[in-house]
Every structure is written in structure tokens, then in C-alpha cells.
Design a protein around this ligand. Structure first.
Ligand code: SF4
Ligand code: SF4
Ligand code: SF4
Ligand code: FES
Length: 471
């Protein structure tokens, strides 16, 4: 493909034709702020945070949706551009239920005065996305201390009918959730209604999440830039049970939460060890701590056995250990139910191995659909994400400390043999990666990294001996 040459902030760049200004900038280490854009989804160009000045253009251009052209000269950080972005943020926050440590609600602090660690201790304001919120981070970066507009205090009802809580009063209408649910997962459970400022994001037919067609994959939670869709938190409950005498508690901790935890605690990437998390949890009173890698291995061991049995019976197999994928397959492909093989998830394997020993069990890991699986199956009592863990740590003084480490309990479950290699190896949901198709032990296998890929392959009529679905 031919290249085009352009200049961004005085830097001459050469990028493939069709590249957007945003992509060109990012590929060359130039940061342009975004709010609605999400890599892997088609740009909606709705938030105006990425506006840039293009010489010769009469208006600001959206960097996320404007293609680089030959000879283009772009300025990403002029005073006018910064003023426009700040105005955009002020407008967004004037129609937003601000109850985070941005302190707009209290009206007496400036961005530069705020110490996020002190704010974590504050009980006056709280938002589940505090410290992880893209809108909050931008408001601080652009020093939105006061709003030049009267603030509209929206009182749209919060939907807390499931552990995926929707709070429309914190929605910036970026539509990432609609696209990830519709285009990527092909569930189409979320939609926009109304126009302009009155636009509202909700379930497709205005139902509660509990009554809707949601399969519980949790991907909308993952992509929402604010606290408008978030997993229900249980930090007070967790600390209560951990402290309580006579209640036997256990936790399983995944190393996958470490990068987010380090980020929010402002620690160097790679500096926190899982054994320090185990030590911190013991400090707040958790009796036993397990490494989730053991539960993953135990789940895989079960899958190896079940798959061998199912293949011996003949016929293609559609395999998943995901609670959400199971719901999706049962709903959309009931005619293939003979082919389904629903294996235990790591949380379910942890449940099987620890059920009789403890009164309360907690799973610390990435957001995903774990919270929904816990709610629906009771496999563990509480699913906790990195943000919630960070806040528990700050509030209880149990932050990671190399001098306070603890070992892990032995799960005592069957160990994986590694059979079916690539097919069963650990893999995460991904919206950009193509499905993997390969031969193994004479079987034609496919691994789908999201529900949309699974739908596409299952509807394509292409024959697979084993198709694994990740939700
Ligand atoms: S949890 Fe998954 S299925 Fe449910 S609304 Fe969110 S993206 Fe859609
Ligand atoms: S709910 Fe979140 S992801 Fe969806 S439109 Fe609102 S802010 Fe964006
Ligand atoms: S969604 Fe973000 S900006 Fe809004 S209250 Fe929560 S943390 Fe603050
Ligand atoms: S990121 Fe470009 S308009 Fe939102």
C-alpha cells in the first residue's frame, strides 16, 4: 500500500494510506486524548476530545475519524485545541452525576490540590470508577475546576437488577458499550434512544438488565470509560467477613489484576508480587489464599478428560468454560446442543475444591464476566476487581509490602497434563485478534476470541471438529 507523508506537531511522518491522524500520531508517540474511540471498533467520532487543528481546514478535525492526507500539517496541542477540549469536558460534566474525588460536587477543591490517596479515604464521595475513569483523568488533565454552566443533576433511574449496574447519570454517550455488545459479541442487548442531549443508552427494549437479553459477558463493563456501566462492588461486605471471628474465609487471586493494581496505587509496573497480595489479604483477616493459576490448571484437567470422552462419542464439539458463552450458545444455537461441551471455569473448579472448607469465598481478578458467574451460580461469594482491591488496601492499610508476603494454599485438585495443547491453553477475550484455526491430533480446531467470531464460524457451515468459544 502506498504511503502518505504528513506533519504532526512538527514531526514529519510517513504512514500507509488510509491511516487516521490518531493512528499516525499514536504510532509515532504523539498523544491525542480520546474518550469515545476504542481501538478495534469503528470510530463514532462523537465526543470531540480528539479534535486537532489541520492547516487549511476551516474547523477542528476529529483525529479518530480523519484520514491522513499527503502534505497535511496537523497541530494536536495548541491553545485553541486545548480550550475546545476543556469546553467539551465542562459540557460533559455539567450533565453528569459527579460524585468522585474530582470534587466538583463539593465545589471547594481544585484539581491541583487533590491528593488521590487522601480521596480514597474520603467517605463523602464515591464512584465505582474513581481512579479508573477516563473522564475523571481528562478532567484533571485539563484542570476542569469549575463549571461555567449550571449543572444538571440528572436523576435517571439506576438499574441495579444484576451485578452489572447501569447508571445513566454517568454516561457520556460514547456508545462503546453498544458497539462491543452488538458488533463484537453480536448480542445486541444495548441501544441508544432519544436525540441530542436527551439521548439515553439502555437495553434494547428498555428492560432492566435482569429481564434483558444480556448473556453476562461483562465486556460493556470493560469498555465503558466512566462509571455508567460497572460491576457491583462489595468491599465493605468483604472486609466485614474477613474480620469476623468464626467465619472461615478464602480467596483466590489472579496475577492478571496486578498491572491495574500497580497503576492505581502508582507503583512501578512489575513491582508487586502475588505473594504480597496474599500477605495483604491475610492482614485484613482472610484465612486462606489460593493462586488462581491452580484453579485454571484444575479446570483444564477436567476439560481434557471431558473432551476426550466427548470426542470418543463422535461428532463435532463446541467447547467453552465461560458462563456467558454457555448462555449465548444455548440461546442462539439450540439446534447444536448435542455438540455442546460446557466445562468448569476456573472459578467453578475453585468452588469444587474448596466448598466444604470455608463459609465465604472471594475471587480477585479482572472484571470480565466473573461477577455475573458468581451471582448466577454462587461458585464464590464475591468477585473483586483491581480497583476495589486497591481501595480495600488503602482503607485498611494493607497495601503491598515486600516484608509481608504469604504463601498459597494447595488446592489439591487434579493437575493438567497439557493434552490438546493450543486448543485448551489459557486465552483471553480479544476483539481484534482473528480466530485461530489449526490442526491438532488429526482434528480441525478453532479458537474464537469473542462471541461474534463464534457466531460467524458456526453460521459459516465450515466444519470444525472442535470449536472453542471465549466470551
Ligand atoms: S454484559 Fe455482555 S451481553 Fe450483557 S450488555 Fe454487556 S456486553 Fe452485552
Ligand atoms: S454506558 Fe458507558 S460505554 Fe455506554 S455510552 Fe455510556 S459512557 Fe459510553
Ligand atoms: S464516572 Fe468518572 S467522572 Fe463520573 S463520578 Fe465516576 S469517576 Fe467521577
Ligand atoms: S475520540 Fe474522536 S471524537 Fe471521540
Amino acid at each position: 500500500m502506498a504511503n502518505v507523508d504528513l506533519t504532526i506537531d512538527g514531526k514529519t511522518l510517513s504512514v500507509p494510506a488510509g491511516t487516521t491522524i490518531l493512528e499516525a500520531a499514536r504510532a509515532n508517540g504523539i498523544r491525542i486524548p480520546t474518550l469515545c474511540f476504542l481501538k478495534g471498533l469503528a470510530p463514532r467520532a462523537s465526543c470531540r476530545m480528539c479534535v486537532v487543528e489541520v492547516e487549511g481546514a476551516r474547523t477542528f478535525q476529529h483525529a479518530c475519524a480523519t484520514k491522513a492526507r499527503e502534505g497535511m500539517v496537523v497541530h494536536t496541542d495548541t491553545e485553541a485545541v486545548r480550550a475546545s477540549r476543556k469546553l467539551t469536558l465542562q459540557l460533559l460534566l455539567s450533565d453528569h452525576a459527579v460524585d468522585c474525588h474530582h470534587c466538583l460536587r463539593l465545589g471547594n477543591s481544585k484539581c491541583d490540590d487533590l491528593d488521590p490517596r487522601f480521596c480514597e479515604m474520603c467517605f463523602f464521595c464515591d464512584c465505582v470508577k474513581d481512579g479508573f475513569c477516563e473522564l475523571q483523568a481528562l478532567a484533571r488533565e485539563y484542570k476542569v475546576d469549575v463549571l461555567p454552566f449550571s449543572q444538571k443533576h440528572n436523576t435517571r433511574p439506576v438499574d441495579a437488577s444484576t451485578v452489572i449496574v447501569r447508571n445513566p447519570n454517568k454516561c457520556v454517550k460514547c456508545k462503546r458499550c453498544i458497539d462491543v455488545c452488538g458488533q463484537v459479541q453480536t448480542v445486541h442487548n444495548l441501544a441508544a434512544s432519544g436525540r441530542g442531549f436527551a439521548v439515553t443508552i439502555g437495553t434494547a427494549f428498555g428492560k432492566s438488565m435482569a429481564e434483558s437479553g444480556c448473556v453476562g459477558c461483562g465486556r460493556c463493563v470493560e469498555v465503558c470509560p466512566t462509571g455508567a456501566i460497572a460491576a457491583l462492588e462489595h468491599k465493605d461486605e468483604l472486609v466485614y467477613y474477613a474480620h469476623r471471628d468464626g467465619v472461615r474465609t478464602a480467596a483466590t487471586v489472579s496475577a492478571e489484576l496486578l498491572p491495574e493494581l500497580e497503576r492505581v496505587l502508582k507503583l512501578q509496573p512489575g513491582s508487586v508480587k502475588l505473594a504480597e497480595i496474599a500477605g495483604a489479604l491475610k492482614k485484613i483477616g482472610v484465612d486462606a489464599v489460593y493462586d488462581t493459576a491452580q484453579a485454571e490448571d484444575a479446570a483444564r484437567a477436567q476439560a481434557e478428560e471431558q473432551l476426550a470422552e466427548k470426542l470418543a462419542q463422535g461428532g463435532p464439539v463446541i467447547l467453552t468454560d465461560s458462563f456467558a458463552a454457555k448462555a449465548f450458545l444455548e440461546k442462539n444455537f439450540p439446534e447444536k446442543q448435542e455438540q455442546f461441551l460446557f466445562c468448569a471455569s476456573p472459578l467453578a473448579a475453585f468452588d469444587q475444591a474448596t466448598e466444604v472448607k470455608y463459609d465465604k469465598r472471594f475471587a480477585f481478578g479482572p472484571v470480565g464476566g466473573d461477577a455475573v458467574e458468581c451471582e448466577k451460580t454462587g461458585c464464590v461469594d464475591i468477585a473483586v476487581n483491581a480497583r476495589e482491591l486497591a481501595r480495600i488496601m488503602i482503607r485498611t492499610g494493607a497495601e503491598p509490602n515486600p516484608k509481608r508476603v504469604s504463601g498459597f494454599e494447595e488446592l489439591g485438585a487434579a493437575r493438567s497434563t497439557g493434552r490438546y495443547g493450543r486448543l485448551l491453553e489459557k486465552a483471553a477475550w480479544n476483539m481484534e485478534k482473528e480466530p485461530e484455526v489449526f490442526q491438532m491430533e488429526g482434528l480441525r480446531c478453532a479458537v474464537c476470541h469473542n462471541l461474534g467470531q463464534a457466531r460467524r464460524l458456526l453460521e459459516s457451515g465450515e466444519g470444525y471438529d472442535v470449536l472453542r468459544v471465549i466470551a
